[in-house]
Design a protein around this ligand. Structure first.
Ligand SMILES: Nc1ncnc2c1ncn2[C@@H]1O[C@H](COP(=O)(O)OP(=O)(O)OP(=O)(O)O)[C@@H](O)[C@H]1O
Ligand SMILES: [Mg+2]
Length: 269
């Protein structure tokens, strides 16, 4: 069975999608068969792969364009179907080793559905884990049905955080949610690591203070790899590339490689 990892924290913006995209594609380039699952109705991971023009496999137009508007529905490679009874989405092949199941706004409906859909998701993830070496689930920035489904189906959590009070508070809340989901839904769930993202490349006192605090609280649960802040990271997103594809010689490209090595080492056991 492949390893399923949720990239998750119930806080907006510390880099869940960026980590999912870059780590996922690096693991695929290391020779593993990887599936990315966009589990956020914002669809940012999907847009990071395809840009704004989504293929019909992810989102199909069901009614002709009238005065600039069109009706759209989830295509066969849409996360929506992971939550629906008697439906199974088809992973979309991006490169030789990289596949995606993409998200659109339709996924927001699932937040209002009965608890059954969490078990639908879990059953289908078991099938998909049998077909891939590594699966990465990009989670939305809130606790709720979508996050619960992801935690209920994962072996591991990777929790990205920035070095500020609100984000570190988000780590604490995420660990509480994860502990509740482990107890109620998925005893196999484990925190693989907490990742510092967006740190300034220079030493800044307040960031060093928060980093020490994180080390004290979580010890070796912190990844040794740290991703520093750089415009190369947001540029790569704008060009729908990984940081290494966009800026192979950048510090951040090497940091993502270091994270990939650490991920592969930690997820072996
Ligand atoms: N290390 C970094 N350096 C510079 N920009 C970064 C870095 N990491 C992420 N970003 C940028 O910050 C923004 C937020 O990142 P991202 O979308 O990955 O966060 P998120 O946690 O998925 O957000 P959301 O909670 O909305 O899903 C993006 O524009 C991204 O390009
Ligand atoms: Mg995101």
């Amino acid at each position: 069975m492949g390893k399923v990892t949720s990239v998750s924290i119930q806080k907006g913006g510390p880099g869940k999608t960026t980590v999912c995209r870059n780590l996922g594609e690096e693991v695929s380039e290391a020779g593993f068969k990887v599936l990315l699952i966009d589990n956020d109705p914002q669809g940012n991971l999907t847009k990071a792969i395809f840009g704004d023009e989504l293929p019909p496999e992810v989102m199909k137009v069901t009614e002709a364009v009238t005065s600039g508007s069109q009706k759209v529905a989830p295509g066969v490679s849409n996360t929506f179907w992971l939550y629906e009874k008697d439906e199974m989405p088809e992973p979309f092949k991006v490169t030789e080793n990289l596949y995606i199941i993409g998200a659109t706004k339709h996924l927001a409906e699932m937040g209002t559905k009965a608890v059954d859909c969490v078990y639908e998701f879990k059953d289908k993830m078991e099938v998909l884990a049998g077909e891939f070496d590594h699966v990465f689930i990009d989670c939305p920035p809130a606790a709720g049905t979508l996050q619960t489904a992801a935690h209920g189906s994962s072996d591991y959590l990777v929790i990205p955080t920035e070095l500020n009070e609100d984000s570190i508070d988000g780590v604490k809340q995420q660990l509480e949610s994860a502990a509740a989901n482990k107890k109620r839904l998925n005893p196999a769930l484990d925190v693989l690591g907490i990742l510092v993202n967006g740190k300034d490349s220079h030493k800044i006192n307040i960031e060093e203070f928060h980093l020490e605090n994180l080390k004290e609280l979580y010890g070796d649960k912190l990844f040794e790899a740290v991703i520093t802040h750089s415009v190369k990271v947001s540029e790569a997103r704008s060009f729908n590339k990984t940081v290494r594809q966009h800026a192979p010689k950048s510090v951040q490209a090497n940091q993502f490689l270091a994270l990939t090595r650490e991920y592969l080492e930690r997820s072996k056991g």
